[in-house]
Unconditional design. Sequence first.
Length: 96
Amino acid sequence: MIRFEWDEKKNRLNKAKHRIPFDLACEVFDDPFTRTIRDSVVAGEERWQTIGSVNGLMVVHTYRLRGGEDDIRIISARKANRRERKIYEEGTEFGC
């Protein structure tokens, strides 16, 4: 079972800026058609981005794995842009 965590202050800031709360972003992992890429390495930690659909809303979120693939710390979440929606809808490679 996947476990999620986040900084609550960051969650409030993200919700104010992007209108996507982190608890909603967690639901992206219920979408069987998600697209995921390695985003960057910050302070020695890999960050990942995933595009997926949540309640009809296309969401992109950035996160890092903690202690294993089932422990995810959400860093940010936002609505997908046009290019990202196209990647998801066409099933093409994310990051190209």
